[in-house]
Design a protein around this ligand. Structure first.
Ligand code: NAD
Length: 295
């Protein structure tokens, strides 16, 4: 069994982005600039935004963090995003989700200019992804493809099963796997799927993004399968000082020895999301400056 180390893959993406950013800045004197908007005071979101800022610093990007109170209205947030859309010094815009309940995440994703949409959630980018056209791709599924490619895992002709149909993970993942570059045959499962174990047991590649701790058990996995665990769940653990530990959606200890390859949690898909955000930001900036040689 090979452990697919996202931390190692992410490091190689960071190095590549840092190098290409330096070359781009030397050539154009343009500072690559990501704006991150955070509404409210959710602790997890604050720490995600802080790590994105740190990653920008490491890449040599400029970043602007805009913090807005919970009471911000949808109209006010739209107006902030529209200002960023028309600011030519800003190349990437990310609005941290989840947003407070009174703000529609779809409405905000629609407002972000498609060429600055580094989360890849604007309908134009999701539509292009479905059509197999070049676009900004949501960071987590893009990171999973990067892991598969780094470890030379063949997808062509395989049966890939994706559990989860969210716009940020499951749906774009399924599109990427069925598009020409991957050429997999894809089954998508969700909360209303019957006989889930029967579906997953036929998967050569199983991508799990359901947000349910340790739900994928040994009987659900085909011997020799490649298992990609996207889940990040906190479960109580009194042996830990903080009182919990992080686990995936897959019961790693029960499943690992029967897989040909598997991502751990933590240290698997998680580190890729931020690495791909950096890659998308550089791609967005270079495309805005007419450079199309970005991978
Ligand atoms: P979501 O809640 O939007 O979607 C979960 C999906 O799982 C839904 O489509 C639902 O139909 C499906 N599902 C739920 N219960 C099911 C069941 N019993 N059987 C079959 N399908 C079921 O979540 P999401 O945003 O797609 O995230 C999924 C998980 O991935 C979460 O744990 C989240 O924290 C994690 N995540 C990790 C990263 C990362 O960087 N590693 C990024 C995004 C999300």
């Amino acid at each position: 069994m090979r452990e697919l180390k996202g931390t190692e893959v992410a490091r190689s993406v960071f190095e590549d982005v840092r190098r290409r950013c330096r070359e781009f800045v030397d050539k154009t004197a343009v500072s690559v600039h990501l704006a991150v908007v955070l509404v409210g005071s959710d602790g997890a979101s604050q720490s995600y935004v802080a790590s994105k800022g740190k990653a920008c610093d490491e890449m040599g990007f400029v970043h602007t963090d805009i913090r807005l109170p919970d009471s911000t209205s949808e109209a006010e947030l739209i107006s902030v995003v529209e200002k960023l859309n028309s600011d030519s010094s800003v190349h990437g815009i990310l609005v941290q989700i989840p947003l407070p309940k009174h703000i529609s995440e779809h409405r905000i994703a629609e407002t972000i200019a498609p060429d600055k949409d580094v989360d890849g959630l604007n309908p134009v980018n999701l539509g292009k992804l479905l059509l197999g056209q070049s676009c900004l791709v949501p960071c987590t599924p893009a990171g999973i493809l990067e892991i598969l490619s780094y470890y030379h895992i063949e997808t062509k002709g395989t049966h890939a099963v994706v559990i989860g149909r969210s716009a940020i993970v499951g749906k774009p993942m399924a599109s990427l796997l069925m598009n020409k570059r991957c050429d997999a045959t894809v089954t998508v499962c969700h909360s209303k799927t019957k006989n889930l174990a029967q579906m997953t047991a036929s998967a050569d590649i199983l991508v799990v993004a359901m947000g349910k701790p340790l739900c994928v058990t040994r009987d659900m996995v085909k011997p020799g399968a490649v298992v990609i665990d996207v889940g990040i769940n906190r479960i109580p653990d009194s042996t830990k000082k903080r009182g919990y530990r992080i686990v995936g959606d897959v019961d790693y200890s029960a499943v690992a020895d029967m897989c040909s390859a598997i991502t751990p949690v933590p240290g698997g898909v998680g580190p890729m999301t931020i690495a791909m955000l950096m890659k998308n930001t550089l791609q967005a900036c270079m495309t805005q400056y007419g450079e199309h040689n970005c991978r």
